[in-house]
Design a protein around this ligand. Structure first.
Ligand SMILES: Nc1ncnc2c1ncn2[C@@H]1O[C@H](COP(=O)(O)OP(=O)(O)OP(=O)(O)O)[C@@H](O)[C@H]1O
Ligand SMILES: O=P(O)(O)OC[C@H]1O[C@H](OP(=O)(O)OP(=O)(O)O)[C@H](O)[C@@H]1O
Length: 210
């Protein structure tokens, strides 16, 4: 754990732009984050914050182990990671839904003995277990909508935002599992050891959320 800086793990990709906009609205200087660079650690001495840029799926890991004090990540990734850290704020962006989807012909909501393709095997497993339906989960890393088209699986568990990807691939939502948005997570020990600066950042972010 670094004692001088508060380290924030930022998800590269889709969430980054809105996360930076929110941090700036909260009065945190993010100019370093907007410069084209391959540096993975970006420090801002004035605020005492350093940002580490990581893959979304790795944000919970950095925070759970205390390599980062805080992190910004989608609830979907957080649910899948199932890590031991505090979820402090719903940041109010990155809205999407976790759903079960499949071809229109898949009737009803019973998926017993079906194959389910997903980037989120734990979420899918928990969901079907709670329903008492035994399914086979097939882990993919992207383009999940392809699976039912090619017969790799009958249904998928994936994120839907506009519904464009499902529609253009002839799939429909069969059931909704939960709604997701970006969250602020905090390492348990950091919240005790660096209580003041962390609470200050949380308060500023809370004030900046729409
Ligand atoms: N189509 C979408 N619309 C809105 N939010 C989304 C959408 N897809 C994903 N998200 C949210 O944005 C987060 C980051 O998505 P992003 O596509 O940047 O990363 P990823 O697909 O998890 O990672 P990778 O870069 O490894 O493919 C997701 O965890 C989710 O919370
Ligand atoms: O409802 P929509 O607005 O169409 O968005 C949903 C799509 O966005 C995400 O994919 P992403 O772009 O991250 O691609 P990948 O899953 O293939 O990495 C998600 O996995 C869906 O495929």
């Amino acid at each position: 754990m670094n004692m001088d800086y508060i380290t924030i793990a930022m998800a590269k990709g889709r969430l980054a732009e809105k996360a930076i906009a929110l941090l700036e609205k909260a009065g945190i200087d993010c100019s370093e984050l907007k410069v084209e660079t391959r540096k993975l650690i970006l420090k801002d001495e004035s605020s005492g914050i350093r940002f580490v840029m990581v893959k979304p799926v790795d944000v919970p890991t950095y925070v759970e182990y205390g390599a980062a004090d805080m992190g910004i990540v989608g609830k979907d990734v957080l649910m899948e990671a199932d890590v031991d850290c505090y979820e402090m704020l719903d940041l109010g962006f990155g809205f999407c839904r976790m759903v079960v989807a499949g071809p229109r012909e898949v009737t009803g909501r019973y998926f017993v003995d079906k194959r389910v393709a997903t980037k989120y095997p734990r979420i899918a497993e928990r969901y079907f277990k709670e329903k008492g339906e035994n399914v086979e989960i097939i882990k993919l890393n992207g383009s999940v909508e392809l699976a039912p088209i090619l017969g790799l699986s009958e249904v998928i568990v994936d994120i839907v935002e506009t519904g464009k990807t499902l529609k253009e691939n002839g799939l429909v939502v069969l059931d909704e599992i939960f709604s997701s948005s970006a969250r602020l997570i905090v390492n348990r020990a950091s919240l005790k050891v660096k209580s003041q600066p962390i609470k200050n950042i949380i308060a500023r972010l809370r004030g900046a959320i729409n």
